[in-house]
Design a protein around this ligand. Structure first.
Ligand code: BGC
Length: 272
């Protein structure tokens, strides 16, 4: 459990897909470090409200509100940013995290499943960071809260580099996020906007339940993880809070892999 730290006090964060899993842990970690947090959701408002309550009840955290928005819809994303700015004054930290999988072998993949994954995982991140960058540029520096104009933390995946047969739509969306993140870093670094990605490995959430909910599945999964444990959402929350803070100020245009070493291809330990 991350220790409380006031390093994000006075700042406001939007975390998309924050009513479960990784997004929930990121929202809580940013809140615990003092940020005001928008807990975005599209279904299960009760889960979002519960997280908001938890953040608001904590005497160390900033304030939280839940906002419903489908990140793949331009008008809804614009409205979410407007509502956030009306409530908290500005946005300092944007964590486009909402994502899903619709898996199937490529030759059987429907156009609808391809499109849905690209719409949510990639276009959704584009729409959110575009609004965030507009707000950062319009607002100008706030040296009293941060040395950066704004911070963007894309939620990517180890599958931005590890090919994934049967999940080509998902892997393609994450590979594209990598170039989106670097292009933003290159273009907006001179404005003091910091843009990075977190690439989680196997984190115990609903998205990959089949990979951890039996002992056999977990054993098989652990073969892919040199550190020999599945990740937990808090592993990502603590990385995100640090990346959002000035402690990581000179980190820009980087992907931080939080994967127990999965990208070191343990299958090659005694092979190849
Ligand atoms: C996927 C999970 C998977 C993990 C490691 C993530 O991006 O969403 O389903 O377990 O990568 O393969």
């Amino acid at each position: 459990m991350q220790r409380p730290n006031k390093r994000l006090a006075g700042q406001t964060a939007i975390v998309t897909g924050a009513n479960s899993g990784i997004g929930e842990a990121v929202a809580e970690a940013l809140g615990r470090d003092g940020a005001n947090v928008v807990v975005n959701y599209v279904i299960h408002p009760e889960a979002a409200e519960e997280i908001v309550d938890r953040i608001n009840k904590s005497d160390i955290s900033g304030s939280a509100i839940a906002i419903k928005c489908d990140v793949s819809k331009e008008d809804q994303v614009i409205a979410m940013f407007k509502q956030t700015i009306d409530k908290f004054g500005t946005v300092d930290i944007c964590v486009p995290n909402a994502g899903l999988q619709k898996d199937s072998p490529l030759h059987q993949m429907s156009l609808a499943d391809w499109q849905l994954v690209i719409d949510i995982n990639l276009t959704g991140q584009f729409l959110c960071v575009r609004e965030a960058i507009k707000e950062f540029l319009k607002r100008g520096m706030r040296p009293e809260v941060s040395r950066s104009l704004g911070k963007i933390i894309h939620m990517s995946s180890v599958h931005q580099v590890i090919p994934w047969a049967g999940h080509a739509n998902y892997a393609s969306s994450k590979g594209a996020i990598h170039m989106l993140m670097e292009s933003i870093c290159q273009g907006y670094g001179p404005h003091k906007i910091r843009c990075n990605s977190i690439a989680p490995g196997a984190i115990k959430t609903g998205i990959n339940k089949a990979a951890w909910d039996t002992e056999e599945a977990l054993d098989k999964l652990n073969k892919l993880i040199p550190y020999k444990r599945i990740g937990v959402p808090e592993d990502i929350g603590s990385a995100a809070a640090w990346l959002a803070s000035d402690e990581s100020e000179y980190i820009n245009g980087t992907t931080i892999f939080v994967d127990g070493g999965m990208t070191c291809y343990p299958g090659f330990t005694e092979n190849g």
